[in-house]
Design a protein around this ligand. Structure first.
Ligand SMILES: Nc1ncnc2c1ncn2[C@@H]1O[C@H](COP(=O)(O)OP(=O)(O)O)[C@@H](O)[C@H]1O
Ligand SMILES: [Mg+2]
Length: 268
């Protein structure tokens, strides 16, 4: 085996969040939170509404400025002070709100605000549609409705357009904050399929939800938050759904999980 292969085995975390904290008006929304994400890994971030999940992840996406802590990308300390910094590191966020422009087609959505131009300075619709077909083909090979305004598409198809937009510009770290909250069961299954596809491409995904059922079957690991603190981290293969519910509701860490600062004290 070559040295290169040996090095490949010891993969470096794509993202490391270390001891992040942020307060709003004296209330610690995120309190000394650490977690990591490997390439091609799906980490479910779970916790009740108000636990601090979105706030933690908004520090990574540059939407909020942390009071304390550090972020490492590919093992190197990252400077993320605004959304533009985050994008430069390949960090993209998909929201539940299906953030697409309703009245234009998929290609126009992918290139919204960063349209391709011909050498004449006009919009290069041909090139944009060709690229759109390529990237959508990777994600959702059955998708053919390139010429229709996206308002005519199903929720799942719209979400695949939003995801395609993110990965078109080389997202390596995808934050999905309650991505299926606005979708029906069939469309949710479609998003699950997209997530499998993105994993295969080595993209790391933070999958955030207040509902364990949205996350458990898709995630390689889960991290649970409560009252702004990390309760613990666990591989999904090592724990049951009931144990993860115990983490979410009681802050109780099962033996196979790694406890965080928010884990309930042992009381035996
Ligand atoms: N911009 C803000 N200003 C004041 N308080 C905020 C702000 N953003 C979040 N919070 C508070 O931080 C806490 C965590 O919220 P949030 O991260 O949205 O939780 P979750 O995503 O887990 O439901 C809540 O108490 C919320 O009210
Ligand atoms: Mg939230």
């Amino acid at each position: 085996m070559s040295t290169a292969n040996v090095q490949n085995i010891k993969a470096e975390p794509l993202v490391e969040l270390k001891n992040l904290s942020i307060s709003f008006g004296g209330i610690k929304a995120v309190d000394n939170a650490s977690m990591e994400l490997m390439p091609g890994e799906v980490v479910g971030l779970l916790g009740h509404n108000g636990a601090g999940k979105s706030t933690l992840i908004k520090i990574l996406s540059g939407a909020y400025k942390r009071d304390d802590g550090e972020i490492f990308i590919d093992g190197e300390k990252a400077t993320i002070n605004n959304p533009r910094d985050a994008k430069a590191y390949g960090i993209e966020t998909i929201y539940q709100t299906l953030a697409v422009a309703d009245n234009v087609d998929a290609a126009a959505n992918l290139y919204l605000g960063r349209e391709l131009q011909t050498s004449w300075g006009t919009l290069d619709d041909v090139a944009m549609e060709a690229e759109a077909r390529k990237v959508m083909g990777r994600l959702n090979p059955n998708f053919q409705r390139f010429k229709e305004p996206v308002k005519k598409l199903s929720g799942g198809q719209r979400q695949s357009v939003a995801i395609a937009r993110a990965i078109l510009f080389n997202a390596r770290i995808l934050i999905m904050d309650e991505p299926t909250a606005a979708l029906g069961p069939q469309e949710t299954a479609q998003v699950a399929e997209l997530i499998h596809q993105l994993k295969k491409e080595g993209i790391g995904i933070f999958l955030i939800s207040h509902d364990i059922h949205d996350v458990f079957d898709l995630a390689d690991r889960v991290t649970v938050m409560k009252n702004g603190q990390i309760v613990g981290h666990a591989k999904t293969e090592d724990v049951t759904k009931d144990e993860v519910l115990g983490m979410i509701i009681l802050g109780k860490c099962p033996t196979k999980a790694i406890p965080g600062p928010g884990a309930m004290e042992e009381s035996d």
